[in-house]
Design a protein around this ligand. Structure first.
Ligand SMILES: Nc1ncnc2c1ncn2[C@@H]1O[C@H](COP(=O)(O)OP(=O)(O)OP(=O)(O)O)[C@@H](O)[C@H]1O
Length: 735
């Protein structure tokens, strides 16, 4: 979605600006808790957390409190442990500390509900550690997102007054910081599921805390299913006739804590058969919620107008805007920068900070840096900023009510694909988003949708397992001797998507006809890669080009894009890209870039390399991240006895053939009308305009992914000689 940048300055006529902004309805309530669970052990409510004062006057069209309780910009000062301890002791959860420890001691499984900001994620692991409840084991705290895991670990290390990576650490894909002394480990749910492959009982963990369980990510669901089995084994629980569940002596018992602010606690309680449900009452700071009086069709424009209304009318405090995706973020950032440059010189400055998943590590660090004086930070984020994290200084949240959701369009033939669709958020997300405004003081949340629209939203998101590609998880489960069909899951995935993922793995050679994992499948599962790429790496050993395939796959697995786009400098970009362009397409073009960068890295200083990347419109962060990923993949190769140094030199065919083994399912054949048709699957696709092959007609292509906009595009494309097709696993389908 794009925003037309208006030519006339917005602030020459503040009246018309005010008229054109969304008008607001104050719902008279703070962010409300979800219904109180029926089975609650009440922890002491906090007297200082009463309802807000009634609205006193209308402020420029917003009805709300005229004076915002301002606890000042928070100072998270690592050199002041005392101040931090004071902050800890003031969190709502602190009052229930002893009761919580008692309950954790008495129960194997606890479901802990507590409002956003009450202190669950940062404090519970520390309580467990400080009370000795974790014994000698490690406390794992899982998060659905990388950025939450790393930033929480940093915060808790500060609270414990230790260096990050010592007693408090983290582990996320392609990045980890922990040591043998680590006792509290924040990790993504994907990392702990991966650990199951080497230690199916998770024996080094004495407590596993599953945080933000309401998000029901695929990995969280797999983890929860496994935890149920592990609990039985480690805690020696047996079904005894007439007595129900009986616990025997256990040498290495496990505790499980499921946490969230917005959770169907009963469902989790039932799943774990009698888990204790606890509720931490109270939130630290009130958040005033405003709904727009009318729905906003152009949510990017509405967000821009709301931002400037806050900027001109409201006291200092940073603004966090939730948008569905990177394109909207970039477009709004540009507009806000243009308009803020037109503000009077004595006006507070605006510092925009984008935040989305595909930024490389550290790229969003200015989000967490203190806001400079006389400046208002405007953070434009996707839902990666929605749960768990605290962005210091944020006092205002603008919620567009939209997010992008991954959905797998399954095909019985195995030719399905993931799509990202923009959709309305859930009530649960809306509450989490509002919660980001009340982390350090009272806050305000402006929802760009009506209260009726809020009420009409689904309570929580459909579990990812019901809507995403399952191939990668199924492969991991098969390694554990498990199956999606037989695993005790909270919700079962659709038959269609299970069938589709079985076909994918069969065609990749990871499963045999009996649905058993093959030796190739086991090797594939050892790589922290999507099955299509791990298959390509295995194939590269046959074609003698492991070095080249690792180079390409590392770039494709990096979270940021390699090529920088610039609509203003289109010709310069095209000229720069020409130098790397390979006739075979995008994969070998990437390889050319990697090789060129490796050469430059040998002769140039750090700043020289940076400048080289800038001149060639390349994102150096992607290349640096790819270096780290390649190092990890090389380690996996070593463990599997694969020589990662084997190279095919200047030859192209071996590389394309290896990639083809992984991407055989992502193959399309040219049709007489100029479109391509999937070789497996029915979709008609077009080559994406960003591809080096976009204006070429070639009989057969392989591609990294399909993206769906107004039509289906193949992205990351290489041409393949038709003769290669015969060597790929896809033929199995006909036999
Ligand atoms: N990185 C940080 N910088 C500053 N303050 C922080 C940071 N992380 C946490 N805090 C403080 O600790 C409080 C509790 O955070 P915590 O993440 O433990 O809450 P929570 O109950 O788990 O909330 P949520 O459900 O939103 O994750 C925050 O409101 C904030 O005041």
């Amino acid at each position: 979605m794009s925003v037309a940048v208006k030519q006339s300055p917005l602030f020459n006529d503040r009246k018309s600006f005010k008229r054109s902004r969304p008008s607001w309805v104050d719902d008279g309530n703070e962010d409300r808790r979800q219904k109180t669970p029926s089975k609650v052990t009440g922890l002491s409510p906090n007297s200082h957390l009463k309802s807000p004062k009634k609205a006193r006057k209308s402020l420029n069209g917003f009805t709300g409190p005229s004076k915002i309780e301002d606890s000042g910009r928070a100072s998270v000062n690592v050199s002041k442990p005392l101040q931090i301890q004071e902050q800890r002791s003031k969190l709502p959860i602190a009052k229930g500390k002893e009761a919580l420890i008692r309950e954790f001691r008495e129960n194997d499984v606890t479901v802990l509900l507590g409002e956003t900001g009450s202190g669950k994620t940062t404090q519970v692991p520390q309580y467990l550690l400080e009370s000795g409840l974790a014994g000698d084991g490690i406390i794992a705290v899982t998060q659905p997102r990388k950025v939450a895991a790393t930033s929480l670990a940093a915060r808790v290390a500060t609270e414990q007054n230790v260096n990050l990576g010592s007693s408090v650490g983290y582990s996320v894909r392609f990045d980890e910081r922990f040591s043998p002394e680590t006792r509290i480990k924040y990790m993504t749910d994907g990392m702990i599921v991966r650990e199951l492959m080497s230690d199916s009982l998770l024996s080094k963990y004495s407590v596993v805390i599953v945080d933000e369980a309401h998000e029901r990510s695929l990995r969280t669901d797999l983890l929860i299913a496994n935890l149920k089995t592990i609990l039985r084994q480690r805690n020696n629980i047996q079904d005894v006739k007439g007595k129900g569940k009986v616990k025997g002596n256990a040498s290495n018992p496990l505790k499980v804590i499921i946490m969230s602010a917005t959770l169907d606690a009963e469902k989790f309680g039932l799943f774990f058969e009698g888990a204790k449900i606890l509720y931490v009452q109270g939130r630290q700071h009130p958040v005033k919620i405003y709904h727009s009086s009318q729905g906003q069709v152009d949510y990017v424009d509405a967000a821009m107008r709301t931002f400037f209304q806050i900027h001109t009318d409201y006291p200092p405090g940073d603004v966090l805007i939730f948008l569905p995706g990177q394109e909207d973020i970039e477009s709004l950032e540009k507009t806000i920068q243009i308009y803020s440059n037109q503000l009077p010189h004595d006006h507070m400055l605006v510092l925009t900070c984008p935040m989305y998943a595909s930024q490389a590590a550290g790229q969003n660090s200015k989000v967490f840096h203190p806001t400079p004086p006389n400046t208002r930070k405007c953070i434009l984020a996707t839902n990666i900023a929605e749960t768990s994290i605290t962005i210091p200084g944020v006092k205002y949240v603008i919620d567009t009510g939209k997010c992008k959701e991954k959905r797998y369009l399954a095909r019985n033939t195995g030719g399905g694909f993931d799509t990202l669709l923009i959709r309305d958020i859930t009530q649960s997300s809306a509450m989490q988003r509002a919660g980001r405004a009340g982390r350090e003081g009272a806050g305000h949340c402006f929802r760009l949708y009506t209260e009726d629209a809020f009420k009409a939203m689904a309570l929580s998101a459909e579990p990812e397992i019901m809507r995403c590609s399952l191939s990668s998880s199924l492969l991991q489960l098969k390694c554990l001797g498990q199956d999606l069909e037989t695993l005790d899951l909270m919700d079962q995935p659709a038959d269609e998507s299970m069938k589709s993922s079985l076909i994918v793995l069969f065609l990749l050679g990871a499963l045999d006809r009996e649905k058993e994992i093959t030796s190739v499948g086991r090797q594939m599962a050892a790589f922290p890669l999507e099955p299509v790429y791990s298959r390509a790496v295995i194939a590269s050993t046959e074609y003698g080009c492991t070095q080249e395939v690792l180079d390409i796959v590392s770039v494709l697995s990096a979270s940021s894009k390699l090529f920088v786009e610039s609509s203003e400098q289109r010709d310069a970009v095209s000229e720069a890209r020409q130098k790397f362009r390979h006739v075979c397409g995008d994969h070998l073009t990437i390889l050319n870039v990697v090789k060129a960068y490796q050469e430059i890295a040998q002769s140039e200083s750090k700043s020289g390399r940076k400048e080289w990347c800038r001149r060639h419109f390349l994102n150096e962060r992607a290349l640096l991240e790819a270096n780290d990923i390649r190092d990890q993949l090389r380690q996996t190769c070593q463990r599997l006895g694969i020589d990662h140094r084997v190279s095919c030199g200047e030859k192209d065919d071996p590389v394309i053939q290896s990639l083809g083994h992984g991407l055989a399912l992502n193959m399309a054949l040219l049709q007489p009308d100029g479109f391509y048709k999937q070789a497996i699957g029915q979709s008609v696709v077009k080559i994406h305009p960003s591809s080096t092959l976009c204006d070429k007609k070639t009989p057969a292509i392989i591609y990294d992914e399909l993206v769906y906009t107004n039509q289906i595009y193949a992205r990351g494309v290489s041409k393949i000689p038709k003769s290669f097709i015969l060597t790929f696993g896809t033929l199995k389908l006909q036999s």
